[in-house]
Ligand binder design. Sequence first.
Ligand code: ASP
Length: 423
Amino acid sequence: MLLRIPLYLQIVIALILAIILGVLLGAGNPIIDKELINHLTIPCTLILKALRTLATPLIFLAIIHTFLTAQIPGGSGRKLVTLLLTNTLVAIIIGLLVANILRPGTWGNLTIESAIKAPEKTLDPWGLLQDIIPESVVKPLVDNNVIQLIFVALSFAIVLRALKTQQIEQGKSDYLPVEQFVTILFEAVIRILHWVIALVPIAVFGIVAQTIALKGFAPFQSLGIFVIAVILALFLQATYYLTRVKLGSWVNPINFIKGGSDALITAFSTASSTVTMPITFESLIQKVGLRESSASLGALVGSNFNNDGTALYEAMSALFVSQVLGQNLTIPQQLIVMLTSIIASVGAAGIPEAGLVTMTLVFSSVGLPTQYIAVLITVDWFLDRCRTAINVMGDMTVSALIDGKQQMKYVEYDPTTEVEAES
Ligand code: ASP
């Protein structure tokens, strides 16, 4: 029965119940033993552990799966990668700028006593370089070392892709079992992730009830400012997309929004870019009037690993938590956040709350306590929807830019009529 209620609604219900319990327990002046109240955070600790455990296999398999299965026609590959990378970089820079200017973490006091601060890490480029090669292939998975993990995953991914291409040229198909194995394993990890995500409302309930019981409502002030900051940054990213579409393609930005509105609304309501993918694809061809090849590159390929909204959000969250802790991230540390956020956004599956999983890696890379992700969960049900819409808008933008300045022949653009695409 509970499972039929959409996740966001379950979280809202959990929030309401938690507020009631927190108030009953004292709302800042606990009426029972503090230790007992602290037990409320146990489900949250377990869920965070599970998310952390899943993060490494998820990123590892996502990288290999993407390289093995992406269908990129020759010639478009470089353009696609450049577009994806610049858009993601702009997203992260916008996120970091907004977080540095508004400093949402400095409003109100959100500190969690139980959070263990990981030792502060500073950037040592030589150390980083020496550390990039792991002592064994499985060590990055065991240690959750994201940089080493990416090194191993990319090595395998590039080689497997090359072998696949070679075999296809020779008419062989020995690569198929490996591809199927990776695909099944990737799907399996995502399924387990779904189980963990289904438990998120319980975590929200516990952490919010505990915080309100012990500290009242003051800690949530900075979260409110954080939500506003993220929305502002996502809005700036959307403006950037529209500017790029205007300057780099034949598509009129207003028609772009009108034609893509179905996809954007679906993204917001499902919080899943994967679920939205077929609608994005259809809208781009039928309503915006792009070529099928451009739409498939942006929507089908992009939706797998182009998550600018997620990258922006992860970078902002790291900065936010560092501000809450009064330990401002230095510029080199913010560079590490940029790097890991790019990877985290690539590794984030297009399903609700996936960004939270890979966020554990971003936090660990700069030594931020992952317990704070629990606090972010309370607002994530809403911010996830907003960033998913931006993820989808990013895919649409890439498609439009790949379509170029020349409109497809034979198709007169009219957003009010559904135009059948001819290739
Ligand atoms: N929900 C997002 C998406 O589907 C991923 C995320 O959690 O950031 O695109």
